[in-house]
Write a protein that binds this ligand. Structure first.
Ligand code: PRX
Length: 690
């Protein structure tokens, strides 16, 4: 029915015309009115799009779920395989009641993702095409590499890693900012079959140490320092502290290869320990510029990436090679309607999954030209992004709602003083994009002509799961629209029953897709318990979702104890564990609250030890504790002094009540009679503004 409706609507000469600016508040706006607001791609856009109509999407999606083996093996055949996969394209068990969870794609197929990203493109004649434009923090500091040059640099690093004894299956930790050396390092590991684990360079020494202890790398790759905006951050000092900590915990790392980032600091100003430390520029250029590929099985691990869950310990999400390769390449191509002439810029850091799948692997598998930006998007002013767009003629721009919201607070002239005429497709990721941010992005940044791909996915899913295909469907501001090929989303109720049609509930996925993660490193039990046991038979995403009358999906945020701050996923338990390490903190409970720019902010209730008085200084030192334990991005926005916490008689903290107090919805506290001590609530309310 909806299809017929769309057909009749698309007869209207609306094109991608100006859309209404609702007078909505930035967050918490009602979505009800958005359901009926259809924004059509222009005829010109659809006419050139890879998927140009709802019908074409529906046919392709139908085939992808009815015949996944045929659908995905046709695509996989376009890549290089040293040896083709076995008879079974995929095999899976996603039902804990039937045995251990197992997902395998292209098993027996022998390939290498670095080869497919680089050598294959060079052999196809793209050697002189720019693979990466690098834009430094400061205006005027830039560089670039062609596909041939990138291949040579990757080979030099790969040869070095082999030389110091890194072998197939060994872990390598990468703690680098957005220098070209970061994707180079990832590709070099992949080339020799080593398993990279990139740690976002905003994580503290303690967090880095925790990850090192878990995956036990032979080597860590870093740089001496980085400038982000006006600030210089001495990464090498953080690595040194992390390595000291990890060796106390029994894991020592032999080599710390350090890139000299001379725009941030000098060698002389870098603390150095001979023996372990090696300057990148002193050794890597001496190595040969070609390096044999280590051919690996499609199911051999490619990388580990730690992410937050609902307990304090981060989870090592493990992705394997073949399925991830096919999935990231295909999602990139279709969700951004990629064409070989595009210049693509994703503002994400390679320390997160977005930088893995959509800075490095997805684009390079397509032979794309990628912009890598070292700096802060509002430095030296709010026009920096559009300056970069014009400078490199960026045609696909992919970013996070938090950046859109922070830029839309400034005058539109920071946008409109740049031409932006190269832009063709916009993208959003990391959290639900609220309709007013969507409209500003669409109308102001994209001049009402660029479709927005609001891509819903997760570290665990490897690639896009629910996303518009620009040119196919009309969009609704704030909806991630429809599932990608091969993806079967289902919405279930608390009992795990699938709900059909228009509904709200928990978002799960039926069946596997090639990019799915295969396990949590060293903890398959936790993998099954977290993702496959809550609703037997399905993968549970941890997100809430509704589906409207037209079948569009609307993500509504996490339903577990995970909060999403500026698109960064943070477990409330991680922040609580950091707070209770403070010598004067007896107990802590953390909840998320709406935040105008960050999406969610961190709100911490803290109970102090008996006899300790509240003070501003103490508040600061509690925040510092979290910065040191996790990283600056996890610093609480509010500390709320709590003489006690609302607990049930069995001692369970009632977070529902804390969330209401944090958001000052005091009239909606609900039933508090089951609390062991209901007077705690009044005490908390009394301290709300202290
Ligand atoms: O809550 C969803 C939100 O981000 C979570 C995944 O976080 P992470 O693994 O760090 O990956 C972020 C980049 C893929 C999801 O569970 N999320 C991500 N993208 C969207 C989103 N929520 C709504 N809309 C999105 N487009």
């Amino acid at each position: 029915n909806y299809l017929r409706h769309v057909e009749s609507m698309s007869q209207l000469p609306s094109g991608a015309g100006k859309i209404s600016q609702l007078n909505a508040v930035v967050l918490g706006e009602s979505l009800a009115s958005e359901e009926n607001d259809l924004i059509f791609p222009s005829k010109e856009f659809s006419g050139q799009a890879l998927v140009s109509s709802p019908q074409q999407y529906m046919e392709m999606h139908k085939r992808s779920v009815e015949d996944p083996a045929g659908f995905w093996s046709d695509i996989a055949s376009e890549f290089y395989w040293k040896q083709k996969w076995g008879d079974q394209v995929f095999s899976e068990n996603l039902d804990v009641r039937k045995g251990p969870i197992r997902i395998e794609w292209f098993k027996g197929g022998i390939t290498n993702i670095c080869y497919n990203c680089l050598d294959k493109n060079v052999e196809a004649g793209l050697g002189d095409k720019i693979a990466m434009y690098w834009e430094g923090n400061e205006i005027g500091v830039d560089a670039s590499l062609t596909y041939s040059e990138l291949l040579q640099q990757v080979c030099q690093l790969a040869n070095y890693l082999k030389d110091i004894g890194v072998k197939k299956g060994d872990a390598v930790v990468i703690y680098l900012p957005m220098l070209m050396e970061l994707p180079i390092a990832m590709l070099a590991c992949a080339r020799i079959g080593a398993v990279h684990s990139v740690v976002f360079a905003g994580f503290s020494a303690d967090s880095l140490a925790q990850r090192i202890v878990d995956c036990k790398p032979k080597v860590i790759l870093t740089c001496n320092a980085v400038k982000r905006g006006p600030k210089t951050i001495n990464l090498k000092a953080i690595v040194d502290a992390a390595l000291d900590q990890s060796s106390k915990d029994g894991v020592s790392v032999d080599v710390c290869l350090t890139y000299e980032n001379s725009s941030a600091t000098t060698r002389e100003n870098t603390k150095w320990q001979n023996g372990r430390n090696v300057w990148w520029q002193d050794v890597i250029p001496k190595y040969p510029t070609s390096c044999e590929v280590e051919w690996v099985d499609a199911e051999d691990p490619l990388f580990l990436l730690y992410t937050s869950g609902s307990t304090g310990k981060p989870k090592g999400v493990l992705h394997t090679t073949g399925g991830y390769m096919i999935y990231t390449a295909t999602t990139f191509k279709y969700a951004f309607d990629y064409k070989p002439t595009d210049v693509y810029w994703c503002t994400a850091d390679c320390g997160w999954i977005t930088g893995h799948s959509y800075v490095t692997y997805g684009p390079m598998l397509n032979g794309a030209t990628v912009v890598v930006f070292e700096g802060a998007p509002n430095y030296p002013d709010s026009g920096r992004c559009w300056d970069i767009v014009d400078k490199y003629k960026v045609s696909i721009f992919y970013t996070a709602p938090t950046l859109v919201r922070s830029l839309m607070r400034d005058d539109d002239k920071f946008v409109t003083r740049y031409s932006r005429k190269s832009l063709r497709v916009l993208g959003s990721v990391g959290e639900p994009i609220n309709p007013s941010a969507w409209r500003w992005f669409f109308n102001v940044v994209g001049d009402s002509r660029c479709p927005i791909s609001d891509t819903w996915w997760q570290t665990e899913t490897g690639g896009f799961m629910i996303t518009p295909l620009p040119g196919a469907w009309p969009q609704k501001p704030g909806s991630a629209t429809f599932p990608f090929f091969g993806v079967q989303p289902v919405i279930v109720d608390e009992k795990g029953n699938e709900i059909e049609g228009e509904c709200s509930g928990y978002l799960c996925v039926k069946g596997s897709w090639p990019g799915a993660f295969r396990t949590l490193f060293g903890d398959h039990d936790r993998y099954e318990t977290t993702y496959f046991k809550p609703f037997a038979g399905y993968y549970f995403s941890g997100d809430g979702c509704s589906r409207d009358k037209d079948g569009y999906y609307w993500l509504t945020g996490r339903v577990d104890d995970v909060i999403n701050v500026s698109g960064h996923r943070i477990g409330t338990a991680e922040v609580e564990s950091a707070l209770v390490l403070h010598p004067q903190c007896a107990e802590a409970a953390v909840v998320g609250i709406d935040h105008e720019v960050k999406g969610q902010g961190i709100y911490a209730f803290v109970t102090l030890l008996e006899g300790v008085a509240y003070s501003e200084e103490l508040r600061k030192s509690l925040v510092l504790m979290v910065r040191n334990q996790i990283g600056a991005f996890a610093a609480p926005d509010r500390i709320h002094w709590a003489p006690g916490l609302p607990k049930t008689r069995s001692g369970k903290i009632m977070r529902r009540i804390l969330r209401k107090i944090a958001s000052r919805q005091l009239e909606e506290l609900g039933d508090i009679s089951t609390l062991a001590d209901p007077s705690v609530v009044d005490q908390l309310i009394a301290l709300a503004d202290v």
